[in-house]
Ligand binder design. Structure first.
Ligand SMILES: Cc1cc2nc3c(=O)[nH]c(=O)nc-3n(C[C@H](O)[C@H](O)[C@H](O)COP(=O)(O)OP(=O)(O)OC[C@H]3O[C@@H](n4cnc5c(N)ncnc54)[C@H](O)[C@@H]3O)c2cc1C
Length: 489
């Protein structure tokens, strides 16, 4: 199958529906369920871009004569990486930097797994090299949509997984034979799971050196025993729509809790199996997924920061505060975040590295540092929008119905205008601001910005360990100066 259209994705999902629970009930058909309509439509729209004459050359490439989704391309040069990134720019400009779990995010992971088939996954057993390649081929040739689950449920973080009341809270191997592995346990969050076709699982941290937890696999989401319990949808409340919730009505992404209820997973689906020494290098060093997904996050955030900077500026102009120096300082702050992120994308490409396996990898120090910086910059951008908006976020009559009632419309048109801005425009603007920073979806995005790459405290504290070489060079510099100062007699 070549690149897909949105309709192809929807048809495929119809045929291979995962087991999803919503509001206490098994979902009969995820395509018909109101909780998943927005993300499925959004995703379908982005698949369609692959067929648009304007974007096709940018969003696809030729692989063995077959037009293929470019986010499945294995980058072998700086130029390749740039081509992929330009495609990501198109996707995330289209999504205004929201909907971070569009198809491209995990397609890139699969390409990286394939590139490391022999030097990492198959270094001890060729089965896993073959698996990394065939799983990649399967996903890329069918242009499949993936979700991922890597974090164990937050039960008691002071204990290792095997010390918990039930040692199968974190997903682990229960038993295995020559062909199949039985996995039991759960994972805390899997964004997009209810409408995904394939699932990537691996543990993000070595929370326990017990080998049963050291597993990585990619399997269909509809495998028997895989169950997704979806959170409440943050689509617009009933009776409201795009006017009141311009972001929730476009960029709601579903998150789900994942249960592996004695799932029988064929060995062909594993990238590694009970190999403890693979867990850390999967993220840091070795496969180094941190370099890849943080690079990707910077691209998402570049688009989002552009949108947030524009929104903040419009708010400041609409209520005549844009000439105040404290407001200009905040707008300048957003532009600084935007350009730091932009610089990081370019720099991570330029300072990337061609690995022995032929893969061209973005520079990890730059990609990770700026993405981790954005764990505070993005929430700060949300804060700036709140600070500039003040009470207008809540005091505006904001529903379309208010405007349609002539009895109150006369007051709205008189009192709710802005600085040269008619009332309707001002209401639309603040509805948008509310949806971005205050609505349930807005709050969810703030959590995503803080936590989706791992907890900021733990991540920031690890930098000096992970970038020890760089740190040691800095220490040497300071030490050289200190050593050059003569000791007192
Ligand atoms: C919107 C959203 C979408 C997400 N989507 C996905 C997804 O699609 N797939 C996926 O796998 N995950 C997803 N995640 C989960 C995300 O990966 C985790 O939230 C993240 O890794 C942080 O882990 P945690 O929430 O378990 O927090 P923890 O790491 O447990 O941290 C929680 C708190 O405890 C403290 N803490 C915990 N451990 C330590 C320690 N050892 N030392 C010191 N302090 C500690 C932290 O500092 C922090 O304050 C998503 C999260 C969000 C919010």
């Amino acid at each position: 199958m070549p690149i897909r259209r949105g309709a192809d994705y929807i048809e495929s999902l119809r045929e291979r529906q995962p087991t999803v629970y919503y509001d206490g009930k098994r979902v009969e058909n995820v395509l018909e369920h109101p909780a998943f309509k927005i993300p499925i439509q959004t995703l379908a729209r982005i698949y369609d871009l692959q067929w648009s004459p304007e974007y096709q050359d940018k969003l696809t490439y030729l692989k063995n004569g077959q037009r293929t989704n470019i986010t499945y391309m294995i980058p072998r040069s700086k130029e390749d990486l740039r081509r992929i990134r330009e495609a990501l720019n198109i996707i995330y400009d289209n999504l205004l930097g929201f909907f971070g779990r569009c198809y491209d995010y995990l397609n890139m992971w699969m390409a990286v797994f394939a590139a490391h088939a022999w030097d990492f996954f198959g270094d001890k057993d060729p089965l896993f090299a073959d698996n990394a390649i065939s799983l990649y081929e399967h996903c890329s040739e069918n242009d499949l949509f993936l979700t991922h689950a890597i974090v164990a449920p937050m039960v008691d973080r002071s204990k290792m997984a095997s010390q918990l009341v039930d040692p199968y809270i974190q997903a682990g191997v229960v038993e295995k034979n020559n062909s199949t592995v039985v996995v039991r346990g759960a994972a805390m969050v899997s964004t997009a799971a209810p409408y995904a076709e394939e699932l990537i699982y691996f543990p993000n941290l070595l929370r326990d050196p017990d080998p049963r937890y050291a597993i990585a696999f990619v399997c269909p989401t509809n495998l028997d025993g895989i169950k997704f319990i979806a959170r409440r949808s943050f689509k617009p409340r009933d009776g409201y729509g795009e006017f009141e919730y311009p972001i929730s009505s476009r960029f709601e992404e579903s998150d789900a809790f994942v249960v592996f209820d004695n799932v029988k997973i064929p060995k062909e689906n594993f990238l590694f199996l009970e190999e403890v020494d693979k867990v850390i290098p999967m993220m840091w060093g070795g496969v180094y997924m941190k370099a890849w997904f943080n690079y990707h996050f910077n691209v998402q955030y570049y688009s989002r920061l552009k949108f947030l900077t524009g929104l903040a500026t419009l708010i400041a102009q609409a209520v005549g505060i844009d000439k105040f120096v404290n407001v200009q300082e905040k707008l300048g702050e957003l532009l600084i975040y935007l350009n730091i992120t932009r610089a990081a994308i370019i720099a991570a490409e330029d300072a990337g590295e061609k690995l022995d396996n032929g893969l061209y990898r973005p520079n990890p120090e730059i990609a990770v540092s700026v993405s981790h910086f954005n764990m505070i910059a993005l929430p700060r951008a949300f804060e700036i929008i709140k600070l500039l908006s003040g009470g207008s976020l809540v005091s505006l009559p904001s529903s379309r119905k208010d405007l349609e009632n002539p009895e109150i419309r006369q007051y709205i048109d008189k009192y709710l205008v802005g600085a040269g801005v008619p009332a309707v425009e001002r209401i639309k603007l603040f509805n948008l601001a509310w949806d971005v920073v205050c609505s349930e979806l807005g709050q969810r995005y703030e959590l995503y910005d803080r936590f989706s790459r791992g907890d900021p405290t733990v991540m920031w504290s690890r930098m000096q360990m992970q970038f020890a070489k760089q740190r040691d060079e800095c220490v040497k510099l300071a030490k050289t100066l200190l050593d050059s100062i003569p000791d007192p007699e």
